[in-house]
Design a protein around this ligand. Structure first.
Ligand code: DMJ
Length: 461
């Protein structure tokens, strides 16, 4: 299907017309994807320049006001989150001077000997993953040793837990841990980074900690092979009944696949397969011809609700990576219908009523993530077109004076912008668009692995 102006304007919440000219059309009538890729690269370079000028080394830029804010340590200092997240994206885009600039900042400024508390999950996927991907892109050893040092400081969250399920917070200096009430995504999203680190350093403790945590969750599955979404790390008891493919469980499933894909560990493959089959059996339902995944009681399978977080859109890509093209394609099309109707996916959505339950959008990358995953796993023009529409709509609605920002309300006209560029924007959608459109020689399209935070942990060339 071609994306036309008529299609874009067909939705009730018409934006001011997007400038979709024929300038990007190749002579054959197909789109010139190279030109689209160059546009993406230009936007990245522009946003980077602003970040360097206004907030270099800060965690997150506020692109409307030009201010900045810390993210990882609540009261600061910032740890250069955005530039760490950007490393492999800059590499893939051949923005080599910018990459060099970021690495120099890290070499000069970044250390983790800080008496402050970090969220273990976010720190792993964003910082440990970012430094590892930066190391893989540049072979700069400082990046690897920083990743190692940081992961070492996260380990007490695992080793102090009686079940192996990590606490949510750890103090970087003292190793003090806090908050045993946790979730599948926060306990099970480590193997890709910790396994890569174990492989690079020979330090098996990281692999074992990540695998034990995932196993502890899997072993507590119900007789339906489903897990609930909240658990106590100290007692190992479930604190909720809701099974969901969305947050706060989402990347637990993703990393079961990751443990198999990156390390050939057949336990992880088994765990992934068991949960994927259970989700199809007990959660999948077709409403108005569209595939969705309900939230259900993990022991009875009874439907709780039809709410779908935008973040669940990643699940189409995961199904594709694991070889289930049919359900992957169907689920991506369900989200494509939401994109066509609302331009920008709402943070929360009820597929029973086909209406938003939350009207914000935190500059989310999940739909573009799935477009890329399906494209790479046997897809083609369709995924490029859907990803292109996602990009155009982001550009139309989220572009601010100094960069790209979150949306506070996707139902207003024009959409009301917030003032924050989350760190993942640098790691995720800009990379997904670039990889979708550029055919860059710096990426192995046939053999690759991207983490939940878009970090390329296999497939950089
Ligand atoms: C990212 O930080 C990761 O993809 C995470 O797993 C959940 N989603 C956010 C971005 O929306």
């Amino acid at each position: 299907m071609r994306i036309t102006r008529r299609l874009l304007l067909g939705a009730p919440l018409a934006l001011a017309p997007l400038r979709l000219t024929t300038a990007g059309e190749a002579p054959s009538g197909g789109r010139d994807w190279t030109a689209v890729a160059e546009d993406v690269r230009g936007e990245m370079a522009w946003a980077w320049k602003n970040y360097v000028e206004l907030a270099f080394g800060q965690d997150q830029l506020k692109p409307v006001s030009g201010a900045a804010e810390p993210f990882l340590l609540k009261n600061g200092p910032s740890l250069g989150l955005s530039l760490v997240e950007a490393l492999d994206t800059l590499y893939l885009m051949h923005l080599d001077a910018e990459l060099e600039e970021a690495v120099r900042w890290i070499e000069k400024n970044l250390h983790f000997d800080i008496d402050g508390e970090l969220q273990v999950f976010e720190t792993n996927i964003r910082m440990v993953g970012g430094l590892l991907a930066g190391w893989l892109a540049t072979h700069n050893k400082t990046l690897l040793s920083l990743a190692h040092d940081l992961a070492e400081r996260l380990l007490p969250a695992f080793t102090k837990s009686p079940t192996g399920i990590p606490y949510r917070f750890v103090n970087l200096k003292t190793g003090a841990v806090r908050d045993p009430q946790t979730f599948p995504a926060e306990l099970g999203t480590y193997i890709s980074e910790f396994g890569t680190l174990a492989r690079a350093t020979g330090d098996q403790r990281f692999y074992d900690a990540a695998k034990n945590a995932a196993r502890a969750c899997f072993d507590r599955r119900s007789s339906l092979d489903l897990v609930a979404d909240t658990i106590d790390a100290e007692t190992g008891k479930w604190l909720s009944r809701r099974a969901t493919v969305g947050p706060p469980s989402d990347s637990y499933y993703e990393y079961l696949y990751g443990g198999w894909r990156l390390f050939g560990d057949t336990d992880f493959k088994h765990w992934y397969d068991v949960h994927a089959a259970a989700a199809l059996k007990h959660q999948a339902e077709t409403v108005n011809g569209r595939l969705w995944f309900a939230n259900v009681d993990f022991e009875t399978g009874a439907r709780i609700d039809r709410h779908q977080s935008e973040l669940a859109a990643f699940y189409a890509g995961l199904l594709a990576k694991a070889g289930d093209r049919a359900h992957a394609g169907a689920y991506l099309e369900s989200w494509a219908a939401v994109q066509l109707r609302f331009y920008v996916l709402p943070e929360g959505f009820d597929y029973g009523t086909f209406s938003p339950t939350r009207v914000t959008n935190e500059l989310r990358p999940e739909f573009a993530d799935s477009c890329l995953a399906l494209f790479v796993h046997g897809g083609g023009e369709r995924e490029r077109q859907l990803g292109h529409l996602h990009y155009l709509n982001m550009k139309r609605t989220s572009r601010a004076r100094f960069g790209y920002t979150i949306i506070d309300d996707i139902t207003t006209l024009p959409m009301r912008q917030g003032d924050l560029c989350p760190g993942y924007w640098w790691a995720e959608q800009m990379k997904y668009y670039w990889l979708l459109f550029s055919d860059t020689p710096r990426f192995d399209y046939a053999n690759n692995y991207l983490s939940t935070e878009g970090k390329v942990l296999a497939g950089l060339r």
